[in-house]
Design a protein around this ligand. Structure first.
Ligand code: HEM
Length: 744
């Protein structure tokens, strides 16, 4: 599948570009696009045709050996090639350096004119083009996708009134309350200064030192120790604007607002061992996942929702609504779902689009404004500033960054200025009235007048000083397996800290403020003195939509999941073909894993199948589930330790496993150490389901219907198997201690 996609990528992109030619941004970009596949000859950057790009101009001896003489610096064509190469790199982003992006559209379902006059939030007839970049925070550009980290979720809306950048994360809160702490925070989580170790992870002394010394980071570090920090896919995670913004309506009334993205596919995560392995086995896992889904037309979608608090209710809450270490619990401030985002086009070129895209929180459009959230105000300064050193002062002119509406002003010059502005004046006011400020009814961004009074000092508001309550709320809202993962995550992270001050303080002093059981378990694992008393009373409250379990899709679906089907010579063709067809019909992706990639023959069948991959080139970690059809190939599969490991590892990673006929024996052998394992008898046609392991004896062709009903109590083998794939993970396996007995 992947190989075919790569081959046809250029054509596919061409087709999609044609199809989306209605998008204002696609049209805007057209004028800067050139195509390497045109048959035009090679030229230099100044347009002169070049006859040879393989040999530098040099002196060749006239002797019989044509011996090589001096290489000549006068070769301007060779010099240009080398010069261009020498300067290919630009500074990577200081944070969020590793990322990937895609184009799409935003549609509004429900006008919000009661609270804003922003065109994008009031005009339901619009189809606004967007570019979205997902990222990790800590790692450098070449780091792995699946590290434990916050994920950036930055959306550039190309609206009719200018660019709106909603630069959010997949976690709704942040480490710090005040932007002045950002450099300290980033220094502490990046590799340590003396040895540049470790890459892309918080599992080191400095981060946990910082986290302890900043009690305000407590709520956030609970989130990053949770499954939220190891998403299965960018397509299966939430997004949050995090900061508090303001909406302003035509009457000048203000509402505080928080923005949310809710994925249509549910919220799913990897298990930690899987994430660790993928870091080496497939460092581009998330990047490829997004690209392949879009190429396969499984366009990822998110609902867009807002939470609103009228200005006069600002102080009605226990927490300060401008504090970005706090959520607005949804039972107190409900979500209003107003629109939908779809990503439907991959980039043509990574550097000019994904790398050069530059977001800036201060890019808002009329009708959307800033609150006094102190983190937001600092961000508004920082992003513009950092783009200047990364891309230059004219960064907003780059094709990916420029708006689709007219831009006209008296800003001029600077390095790499592209725009040529005609006319004899470049200042205001001028005698021609050229480029005047917008009049009262011309849709300008007009800051609402407000009275500001107070004492100038370096301080925070009273409610900004409470840091534990929402950390408790988060912990209390977790399901059993989520709590287990948090305990394990702390144990892993603090195990990597070798300074006892760091792990003892965290486990012995901070965690008991959240929950005693959590603190005790972690302290025991990492060798800190085990606390015996909670250091703060847990209030026992919970809030909706903090647990990922609450994001199940309305109907179970396996859409876009990757299902490995393992075969060797002698596989059961009926089960193989039936499963492949059913997977495709359900909108998922079957990936044939062969013992080789040359033709593989079914029993009694002369037509060979070419597998997508041979098993040694792939790992179970790269798939959501595995199916093995019966047949005499099982005799070979069973002898292969890597295949047995594949099954055991899938079990350990809580994935659905399906097997029919003789393949049931493979499952039995691979999982022989699991107590109580239940599988179907070889000739039993009725399937047996046990902790997401679905097995059946010989299946007839008619058992593999394409109209599979994916329901919990499915009577057929395929329906039951797909139901378990749709659940994504079988957490009961882990909670009942079964995964512990398998080597993976
Ligand atoms: C609410 C808290 C924050 C969130 C949600 C957030 C989110 C993000 C995201 C998503 C990106 C990557 C944008 C991209 O894909 O190109 C980013 C980059 C960046 N952020 Fe933040 N950030 C936060 C706080 C801050 C603060 C407080 C500062 C500085 C005071 C800051 C400075 C930066 C910088 C300098 C970059 C690199 C931008 C570039 O080079 O393109 N961020 N942030």
């Amino acid at each position: 599948m992947t190989t075919t996609l790569a081959g046809g990528l250029h054509k596919a992109q061409e087709a999609v570009r044609n199809a989306s030619s209605g998008s204002k941004k696609a049209v805007d970009l057209e004028r800067d696009i050139s195509d390497i596949h045109t048959k035009l000859p090679l030229t230099s950057d100044h347009g002169v045709r070049i006859p040879n790009t393989d040999q530098w101009l040099r002196v060749i001896g006239e002797d019989k050996n044509h011996s090589i003489g001096p290489t000549l610096l006068e070769d301007q064509l060779a010099r240009e090639k080398i010069h261009r190469f020498d300067h290919e790199r630009i500074p990577e982003r200081v944070v969020h350096a590793r990322g990937t992006g895609a184009f799409g559209n935003f549609r509004l379902f429900q006008s919000c004119e009661d609270v804003t006059h922003a065109g994008i939030l009031t005009d339901t007839s619009r189809n606004t083009p967007v570019f979205v970049r997902f990222s990790t925070v800590q790692g450098s550009r070449g780091s792995a996708d699946t590290v434990r980290d916050v994920r950036g979720f930055a959306v550039k809306f190309y609206t009719d009134e200018g660019i709106w950048d909603l630069v959010g994360n997949n976690i709704p809160v942040f480490f710090i309350q005040d932007a002045i702490k950002f450099p300290d925070m980033v220094h502490s989580l990046k590799p340590e200064p003396h040895n540049e170790v470790p890459q892309a992870q918080t599992a080191h002394n400095n981060f946990w030192d910082f986290a302890f010394l900043h009690e305000e980071a407590t709520h956030m570090f609970m989130w990053i120790m949770s499954d939220r920090a190891v998403p299965r896919s960018f397509r299966m995670m939430q997004g949050f604007g995090v900061n508090t913004f303001v909406l302003v309506n035509k009457q000048g009334k203000r509402h505080f607002v928080k923005f949310h993205w809710i994925p249509k596919l549910g919220v799913h995560s990897l298990v930690w061992d899987e994430a660790l392995k993928l870091g080496g086995q497939d460092p581009d896992f998330h990047r490829k996942d997004l690209m392949e889904a879009i190429d396969n037309k499984a366009y990822p979608k998110w609902e867009f929702a807002i939470q609103l608090i009228p200005e006069e209710k600002e102080h009605d809450f226990e927490f300060d609504i401008l504090d970005s270490t706090k959520i607005w619990p949804e039972d107190l401030v409900p979500l209003r779902v107003i629109g939908e985002l779809e990503l439907n086009r991959n980039v043509d070129e990574f550097f000019t689009e994904t790398e050069q895209v530059a977001f800036c929180t201060s890019h808002v459009v009329p009708g959307i404004d800033f609150s006094d959230d102190p983190l937001l105000i600092g961000r508004n300064f920082s992003y513009f500033d950092t783009q200047i050193s990364r891309l230059g002062i004219n960064w907003e002119e780059l094709p990916i960054n420029r708006p689709v509406c007219p831009v006209l002003n008296h800003n001029r010059d600077g390095q790499m200025r592209h725009r040529i502005t005609q006319g004899t004046v470049n200042y205001w006011p001028n005698r021609f009235d050229a480029a005047p400020p917008a009049g009262p009814n011309e849709g300008a961004f007009d800051t609402l007048q407000a009275k500001v009074a107070g004492v100038k000092k370096r301080a925070v508001g009273e409610k900004f000083r409470e840091h534990i309550s929402q950390a408790q709320l988060f912990w209390n809202s977790m399901s059993a397996h989520e709590k287990l993962h948090i305990i394990k995550a702390f144990s892993f992270e603090l195990d990597h800290c070798d300074d006892p001050t760091v792990y003892q303080r965290l486990a012995g002093t901070r965690l008991p403020e959240i929950d005693l059981h959590l603190a005790q378990k972690v302290a025991e694992a990492v060798g800190a003195p085990i606390p015996t008393q909670p250091l703060k009373q847990n209030h026992g409250k919970r809030a909706p939509h903090l647990s990922q379990d609450e994001f199940a899709t309305a109907k179970p679906t396996i859409e876009s999941r990757k299902i490995a089907i393992i075969i060797g010579d002698g596989y059961d063709r009926v089960a193989f073909m039936g499963m492949k067809a059913a997977v495709l019909a359900a909108g998922a992706v079957p990936v044939i894993i062969g013992l080789k990639r040359s033709p593989i023959y079914a029993e009694g069948d002369a037509r060979g199948v070419i597998a997508d991959h041979q098993y040694d080139g792939q790992r179970s970690t790269m798939f959501d589930a595995t199916f093995v059809p019966g047949g005499s190939h099982v005799k070979t599969l069973i002898k292969n330790g890597q295949i047995r490991h594949w099954i055991a590892e899938s079990f350990g990673h809580l994935k659905a496993i399906g097997a029919t006929g003789e393949a049931v024996q493979l499952v039995e052998t691979a999982l022989r150490d699991v107590e109580g394992l239940k599988v179907a008898g070889a000739h039993e046609s009725q399937h047996v389901e046990w902790y997401g392991v679905v097995t059946a004896g010989q299946q007839k062709a008619e058992s593999f219907s394409e109209g599979v009903k994916i329901v919990k109590d499915a009577k057929d083998f395929v329906g039951k198997f797909f139901y378990h794939v749709s659940r994504h993970k079988n957490y009961e396996r882990e909670l009942d201690g079964l995964t512990m007995s398998v080597a993976f």
